[in-house]
Structures are given as structure tokens and as C-alpha cells.
Ligand binder design. Structure first.
Ligand code: 4NP
Length: 148
């Protein structure tokens, strides 16, 4: 199947999946690919909110603007609409399965031996965001190179 769309899913859609969306959009554009990229959260707490401040900062430091993104909750229609649905950690993948997504992928399987991308929402400081960014950056690019 020719992959034309990818949805990245975390819990709140304010820290991790917005980074995945921003990184993927920039990368497919650089490669001249026409792929629809989006992100969503399984939770509803942050619907309509901007990405968290530290994600905006770490993205900006890496030349990516995610400021215009707004959080949304994943919907069942997404599972029909998107060719690939990718969870950022194993609980996201399990939540997706519970919601009826048949074959969600896990981002950490594309370069980090299936590791979970750590949830940085409760991180005390900015430091952990660099690690989260690098992990997402490597895995998103590997995913696109392997699957698109
Ligand atoms: P994210 O981080 O899933 O990477 O967007 C979180 C954001 C919000 C919450 C948990 C994780 N929350 O509990 O509100």
C-alpha cells in the first residue's frame, strides 16, 4: 500500500505528538513527498490548547515551528482516514487498540528497540525535552524512510 497519511497519537496531544507532527511535516516537505501528517491525543483534557511551552521551545531550537498546532482528541474516523496510526508509547498503543484501531504502530520500534517515548508532562525541567525530541526525531525519520 502506498502510504499517503500518518497520524501520531499520544495522551494529551500537547507535548510529544505535536513534536512528531512538526518533525514529520518538515521532513516530508524536505523530501518532496506529499503525505498528510496530523497528531491527536487519546485524552480530552487539552482539546483546543497549544502545545506545551517546552515542546514549543525545543522545536524552535531545532528549526521547527509548532506554535500554530492545537490539541484534538483522536476519533474513530481517524482509523479509516489515516494509513498509519502511530502511538508514542505502549499505553497510547493500547488505548488505540481499545478504541478500535486495528494495527497501531509504536514509534519506538523505528530506532529505539520499541522503547516508550517518555511522557514529559511531569518533567521538572527542560532537560528531558532534548532527549524526547531526539528520540522522536530519529524514529519519525526512520518510520518515513522505511514505510513511505
Ligand atoms: P503528551 O503529554 O501525551 O505528550 O501530550 C501529556 C499531556 C497532558 C497530560 C498527560 C500527558 N495530562 O495528564 O493532562
Amino acid at each position: 500500500m502506498k502510504i499517503k497519511s500518518i497520524l501520531f497519537v499520544c495522551l494529551g496531544n500537547i507535548c510529544r505528538s505535536p513534536l512528531a507532527e512538526g518533525i514529520a511535516k518538515k521532513y516530508v516537505e524536505e523530501k518532496g513527498l506529499k503525505i498528510e501528517i496530523d497528531s491527536a491525543g487519546t485524552g480530552s483534557w487539552h482539546i483546543g490548547n497549544s502545545p506545551c511551552e517546552n515542546s514549543i521551545i525545543v522545536a524552535e531550537q531545532n528549526g521547527i515551528d509548532i506554535m500554530e498546532q492545537t490539541s484534538r482528541q483522536v476519533e474513530k474516523e481517524d482509523f479509516e482516514k489515516f494509513d498509519l496510526v502511530v502511538g508514542l508509547d505502549s499505553s497510547n498503543v493500547q488505548n488505540l487498540k481499545n478504541l478500535g484501531c486495528k494495527d497501531p504502530l509504536k514509534l519506538g520500534d523505528f530506532g529505539f528497540n520499541g522503547e516508550d517515548v517518555p511522557d514529559p508532562y511531569f518533567f521538572e525541567d527542560f532537560e528531558g525535552f532534548d532527549k524526547v525530541f531526539n528520540m522522536i526525531d530519529i524514529c519519525v525519520k526512520n518510520l518515513i524512510n522505511e514505510r513511505v
